[in-house]
Design a protein around this ligand. Sequence first.
Ligand code: CTP
Ligand code: MG
Length: 192
Amino acid sequence: MDAVGAVIIMFAGLWLFLPAMLPNSAAVVFGGGTPVDFGRSIGGKRILGDGKTWRGFFGGGLAGVVLGMILMGIAYLLGKEDIWGYGGLWGGIGIIVCLSFGSLLGDMLGSFIKRRMGIERGKKAPILDQYDFLIGAFLLTALFYPRWVYDTYIEIPGWHILALVFLLIITLLLHRAMNIIGYKAGLKDVPW
Ligand code: CTP
Ligand code: MG
């Protein structure tokens, strides 16, 4: 494994994970309206809270799927489907759907846990806020496409684990940057 190979593994892993990274930002834009939990509570605490809406879920999810299709198209046009693509067409679409909707399911699971802990909507929960989407995306994708997840983000002798480490670091930095941008753009009340 040379340095160039390591950099390609890391950036390919990031590129292929973009359909999981867009949905939560897109949900801020598309969100609003009926909450996923329809306003219901258990034990006096909201199931998910007003920050998780059906429009955010489907709008964000479709945005991620569309982005993934564009990425597939680019890899195809460049003839680089081996590294920058998801494999075959239908498998690729399946992976993209899992990444995109898995990230939103993870985000909802994060909110579910926050509510159970008594943390109100929009209040901070370190680690959970940053990584809930990533865990959801990996779990759902690994459920249906374990081989792809292993080959792309784990395979130790080939150093694919570097892609996962890179993702974990980039996610922290991006989360911070996006929150500051959202705050400055007036989409969020607090810069975190
Ligand atoms: N959003 C949405 N539907 C989703 C996810 C997000 O409508 N499924 C929108 C909401 O307007 C939400 C915003 O995106 O307020 C930011 O998402 P997030 O930070 O995940 O929600 P919070 O409001 O911080 O709520 P929570 O404490 O539950 O994370
Ligand atoms: Mg939040």
